[in-house]
Design a binder for this molecule. Structure first.
Ligand code: BG6
Length: 518
């Protein structure tokens, strides 16, 4: 059972933008459908295009009609619940007059509401270049007063701010952004979205690790040979060439999603499952990740850029031919990185992280490869055939967990080679089979958590800064380096990515099902 969100007004800044249309309205609609919006939930859209309240509601309807994840045709009652009393405020985010108009609208929305329910959730669905202007505007007109948790509890009404990545371009700009935000708001008011943390399967990594007793004793350098984290995509830059040219894969995926996955799989057990304890442990883990510079970067990082190729039988252009991308672009669309966590638990255990666009398959997963069983019972070559135990936490698609181990092939001799035949087999848990239906989309979880005031699945300022401190030298190397190795779209990525892991005597968990079953 999920808790209902608090009574609140959700101010969606960037109300008709791509994110709002594709992700936020569908998520809010589903919350409305599931009865998780509070009785006094009201939506206020802020955007520059000429609309009024009625045409704004119509635009939300259109967005829902074309969105993929509303779970079928739009239910009129849920739509009515979502848009009841919705208001639209038109204006330019750099103009102070907009913030006065917003305050007037908020006062009128809340006029009939008890003081204790005058909660405001501001969602910044806007380009980062506007963040600070908006923060300034909201704060100086008094729309979003600075509060502390104790005061919130005392006065009843809260103001929270949801921010979308990118949180800076590097460690220095991330720190500057945090400082500017913390001048106006307190940390508990800030909800920095990393949508990977909202994915059911990522949350389940914590449940898997800390609600089960059998794996945790093995979760260390004594039993684990290495860990792989893969976020492979088949999509290209999807019309976001301009953004991507500035970002590249390390900023776009590693600084946030991959570092969060690394922290989640490797952190120490927190004392409690709450925002402070979980985030403290993640920060500790990120602090322990070895920093690279100079030659060590070249040994531990491989980059690539997709060239033309085929995805699911369709020809697709190379990155350099995408709109708004320079033909001689040096932006990497693939990276593989080896990191070490220099703490007691993980000393010497490599973590291999890779992510890329236009790869052979869309797969996000964490693979924990255990050490081989002692080979004393089976001589070479049978011993070499024995695969180490492997735990695969599959984040998407086909969400689930698989444990691979050795079994004796029926009928074969148990006695020694050459007849002895072992075969790798799998035990599998599938979300779909056990729980049915689709996992709750990340934005739905995260919006509800922000309405409830649970920041566990949001990135804290020190987490963001630590993640930047890890990737900063890598992005600097990528920015300054030569054009990355080209890989044809629809393949497993550049040879350099395979070589990075092969040097340690390991190989990547295959991306495609066909290769896995081999
Ligand atoms: C976003 C990146 O944060 O995550 C995109 O900016 C990427 O480039 C996306 O495609 C991947 O998210 P998901 O949920 O589709 O795996």
């Amino acid at each position: 059972m999920r808790e209902t969100g608090d009574d609140c007004t959700l101010v969606l800044i960037g109300a008709l933008g791509d994110l709002a249309r594709r992700k936020l309205y569908p998520a809010l609609y589903r919350l409305a459908k599931d009865g998780l919006l509070a009785p006094r939930f009201t939506l206020v859209g802020v955007e520059r295009s000429p609309q009024d309240d009625a045409s704004y509601v119509k635009a939300i309807g259109e967005a829902l009609a074309s969105a993929a994840d509303t779970g079928g045709p739009v239910d009129p009652a849920a739509f009515e619940r979502l848009t009841r009393g919705a208001r639209y405020v038109r204006g330019d985010l750099t103009d102070p007059a907009l913030y006065s108009a917003l305050c007037t609208t908020l006062d009128s929305v809340e006029s009939a509401t008890p003081v204790a329910a005058r909660n405001r959730l501001f969602y910044m669905a806007i380009p980062p270049s506007l963040f600070l202007r908006v923060v300034e505007g909201l704060s100086s007109c008094g729309a979003a007063p600075r509060t502390h948790t104790a005061e919130e509890a005392q006065h009843g009404a809260w103001a929270r701010l949801i921010i979308e990545k990118p949180f800076g371009r590097d460690a220095a700009s991330a720190r500057a952004l945090n400082t500017a935000l913390l001048n106006r708001f307190s940390e508990p008011q800030l909800y920095r979205i990393d949508h990977y943390l909202g994915k059911e399967t990522v949350q389940n990594v914590l449940a898997f690790r800390f609600a089960n007793a059998i794996f945790e004793p093995l979760w260390n350098r004594g039993s684990i040979a290495h860990v792989q984290i893969t976020v492979a995509e088949t999509v290209g830059v999807e019309g976001r060439g301009g953004y991507y040219e500035e970002a590249g894969v390390v900023r776009d995926m590693f600084q946030n999603h991959l570092m969060q996955l690394l922290a989640t799989i490797a952190m120490e057990p927190p004392g409690t499952i709450d925002a402070a304890a979980v985030r403290d442990e993640k920060v500790k883990l990120l602090r322990a990740v070895r920093r690279y510079d100079g030659a060590s970067i070249a040994e531990n990082l491989a980059l690539g850029q997709y060239g033309p190729g085929a995805i699911a039988g369709e020809r697709v252009p190379g990155y350099a031919e995408e709109p708004s991308v320079k033909p001689d672009s040096r932006t990497p669309t693939y990276a593989a990185l080896r990191v070490f966590v220099d703490n007691w638990r993980w000393e010497g255990v490599p973590f291999y992280l890779r992510s890329g666009k236009r790869l052979a398959e869309r797969v996000s997963e964490i693979v924990v490869r255990f050490r081989r069983a002692p080979g004393v019972l089976w001589p070479v070559p049978a011993r070499e055939e024995m695969r180490p135990n492997e735990l695969v936490l599959r984040i998407q698609p086909d969400e689930g967990i698989t444990l691979g181990f050795q079994a004796k092939r029926p009928g074969a001799a148990l006695a020694l080679s050459p007849e002895m035949e072992l075969s790798p087999v799998r035990m599998r848990f599938s979300y779909e089979d056990d729980f049915g239906g689709e996992p709750v989309p990340a934005y739905e979880t995260l919006l509800l958590d922000a309405m409830i005031g649970d920041a566990t699945l949001f990135a804290r300022s020190d987490e963001v800064e630590q993640a930047w401190a890890i990737v900063d030298p890598l992005v600097a190397a990528a920015d300054a380096g030569p054009r990355p190795e080209c890989y044809p779209a629809g393949t497993n990525g550049p040879r350099g990515g395979d070589a990075l892991i092969a040097r340690d005597g390991f190989s990547w968990h295959p991306l495609t099902l066909a290769a896995r079953e081999r």
